[in-house]
Design a protein around this ligand. Structure first.
Ligand code: MEV
Length: 443
């Protein structure tokens, strides 16, 4: 097939026709499926279309909620956008368990964000450092207008340094910048400041250095790139639960509270020392975190990238949670960098992101960091609780049964009978289909 040119200029219907004709066997069913997910209201659809390019429809994910999430004595109902069955149920189960034990606790450790201008300078190191020191104030003045609004809100550019990285790469320096972006995620603000700093520093250096006539661009100060870092280890939040070991007592564990606490803590330690387990352990934490972030219109890729780097900060990838069982006390905690925003970006534009923030009581970015970390912790608690007691399949299979019943378009009566029948039977697509089939044949 020949490549198409000017695809982005086609209307939405033309794009769909092109795709259906060339990649979907001209199937009218495929076309109907695509268009069936268009928003009924044209204005709303236009908003969604314009978040991205070449939009032909919407991809629907379930939007669920976790009630009874008590954090620092305040009650929340937390929305989660996730397709994986049992994640919301797990968070809800965990929230209920901890509601009866004082709820979740959370605090902000710090809120610093980072940006870098990556530079190459193959000239005299002392000269570059001298020019930086002499012109630092002028650089800050240059970006002051860009920082004005953020400063009015209590944030801004906190620190600007020249870092020597020449031991890593010949001629490599960085302008290292630290920011407070208040309730905004702040990517546009940070990147604008960084680009301005890079241009200005280049001008300062090059106007102070004499080049001979044959000098090439690479002999000056090269700005390789100016961009925020998604690694924000100092934009950190801590969430935890605690109670006496005795209070962990729960009949469904099938073991004593003390045994459960020890087994649970061991599972957390295993995720600290074994990289395979650590990856799955953290995946479970991000089941919760990503789902809240998606519901708020924040950037879950940035948060994932940062969280995984943080998990490997000492050179080995490790589980992100910690558990202590000391003097009859159980404490389970999660410390995680979460650079989130509650103003700007999609948070105000996406109608459901706006609704999420309304449902959460219009939280500040700090409050949202705490809520999100709590759901990550809740998720991990539920996963480890199942893994160390009944095993994970019991809960998963219940959801699997629901998916199969949906696929088979089971009636309410068939569903109820299937739920009872499969309480102690192996659930597979075939066994459920046979069971439903036998009921239908019998009638
Ligand atoms: C499944 O999505 C997540 C778990 O595998 C997490 C874990 O093993 O801790 C259940």
């Amino acid at each position: 097939m020949r490549p198409i040119s000017g695809f982005s200029k086609l209307s939405k219907n033309q794009k769909i026709d092109y795709i259906v004709e060339n990649f979907l066997d001209n199937s009218s069913f495929a076309k109907d499926t695509i268009t069936s997910f268009w928003h009924a209201d044209e204005k709303s659809q236009k908003i969604l279309d314009e978040f991205s390019e070449n939009t032909i429809t919407n991809f629907a994910f379930p939007y669920g909620v976790v009630p009874n999430v008590l954090i620092n004595d305040k009650m929340y109902c937390v929305p989660m956008v996730i397709e994986e069955s049992s994640v919301v149920a797990a968070a809800a189960k965990s929230s209920k368990f901890w509601l009866e034990r004082g709820g979740f606790h959370a605090e902000i450790v710090d809120t610093k964000k980072i940006g870098q201008v990556h530079l190459i300078w193959e000239g005299d190191k002392q000269l570059l450092e001298k020019l930086f020191i002499e012109n630092k104030e002028a650089l800050l003045e240059k970006v002051a207008p860009l920082c004005l609004n953020m400063e009015k809100r209590g944030g801004g550019l906190l620190d600007l340094r020249l870092e020597d990285k020449t031991d890593l790469e010949k001629g490599y320096y960085q302008l290292w910048c630290e920011f407070n972006t208040c309730d905004a995620m702040g990517a546009n603000f940070i990147n604008s400041v960084l680009e301005a700093l890079g241009q200005e520093f280049k001008m300062v250096v090059e106007s102070n250095v004499e080049f001979d006539e044959e000098a090439t661009a690479s002999e000056g100060l090269q700005v390789v790139m100016a961009i925020l870092s998604n690694y924000t280890p100092d934009c950190l939040v801590k969430a935890w639960v605690e109670c006496s070991v005795e209070d962990l007592n729960d009949l469904s564990f099938g073991m004593s509270a003390e045994e459960f606490a020890q087994k649970f803590a061991r599972a957390v330690r295993i995720a600290k020392i074994d990289v395979n387990r650590a990856t799955t352990h953290n995946k479970g934490i991000f089941n919760g975190i990503d789902a809240v972030i998606l519901a708020t219109g924040n950037d879950f890729r940035a948060i994932e990238a940062c969280g995984h780097t943080y998990a490997a900060r000492d050179g080995q990838y490790r589980g992100l949670t910690d558990c202590e069982v000391v003097d009859g006390k159980f404490k389970f905690s999660l410390e995680i960098p979460l650079s989130l925003g509650t103003v700007g970006g999609l948070t105000a534009l996406h109608p459901m992101a706006r609704t999420t923030l309304d449902m959460l009581g219009q939280p500040s970015a700090n409050e949202l960091m705490m809520i999100t970390a709590v759901i990550g912790l809740a998720q991990n608690f539920s996963a480890l609780r199942s893994l160390t007691t009944t095993g994970i399949q019991k809960g998963h299979m219940k959801m699997h049964l629901m998916n199969i019943l949906n696929h088979l378009e089971a009636s309410n009566e068939e569903r109820e009978k299937a739920k009872i029948h499969f309480e102690n039977e192996v659930i597979s697509f075939k066994s459920v289909r046979d069971f439903i089939g036998s009921m239908r044949n019998y009638q």
